[in-house]
Design a binder for this molecule. Sequence first.
Ligand code: F0G
Length: 349
Amino acid sequence: MGSWKGIIEHYRSRLEMDDDSPVVSLGEGNTPMIFSERLSERTGLEVYLKFEGMNPTGSFKDRGMTVAITKAVARGAKAVVCASTGNTSASAAAYSAKAGILCVVLIPAGNVASGKLAQALVHGAKVVEVRGNFDQAFEITLKLEGPYPIVVVNSTNPHRLLGQKTGAFEVCDGLGRAPDYHIIPVGNAGNITSYWRGYREYHADGVTQNLPQMFGFQAAGAAPIVLGHPVDQPKTIATAIRIGHPASWDNALAAAKDSGGEIRAVTDKKILEAYRLIASEGIFAELASSAPVAGLLQLAADGRVAKGKTAVCICTGHGLKDPSWAISGAPKPVQVDAQMDVVAQALGF
Ligand code: F0G
């Protein structure tokens, strides 16, 4: 028993940790895996939503960041840098603040949700808005590491992927087995790579007896892996996955192929519908996080998944990071005078 101390303490033996390095943690991991009655009913599967928005900075990035920052500090780093569509920068900023080191973030100007930008700023990161897209900011970030004393904490940093595989361990620990279908959004493709590693590790060690089929979903306007070529001007309302040159492209393809799954695309319209659908069941996940739900519905409609099986969708980030979509699509609240009878009348009582 005892309180949860974060993924490094919980899965230490699987994370290549030196026992004497101080751990930089904000208590990440142990996120809820919520049974979805509505999605289960609609698809005939047993559907769970792993709500990664419940991590300390509101996204799955914290799993990788606790390991990346812990390892960077152990090596004496005083500064880290990342390019980001928003969540990586929010997480890097928070864990750097906890460690007392400098965090530099490069973000595509005008294409990061305001909540994510607020997070980077409030934690004291040095924020550089690049006039370009994520892919261009990422290319610059990688070039900074050689000549300058700064560690890149994007998912090309192997410690990020190490930490993120703990999501797969938690899914298996929660279900008592691996799911039949694992469904996840794909941007730079690090997370699908990590999950597949995590599932294979548990399987190889005999913790689980089965492996899931891995289904990754890109937004249709930013679907380089599905198209088979890079996309120089990716377009989607799901800005978190607005990426045209994914770094872990080959690993994502291998995860899908080796598991009998696929990388597919969903339209922005379907993403928005899925966003509202899970919100109507109490889960406020950001647009990119709704892509796997749209994906599940697509798989079910295509008969690609079998009824009675178990599916886990990874809802990667919290909807509060970008409330504009929630507000713009909802009816405007009525405004009334501060009198009980007027309120009652407005409610139709
Ligand atoms: N979902 C959310 C909410 C994300 O923020 C990201 C990536 C993904 C899914 C895709 O994960 O890149 O491992 O395939 N966000 C990165 C960022 C790119 O900078 O925050 P991936």
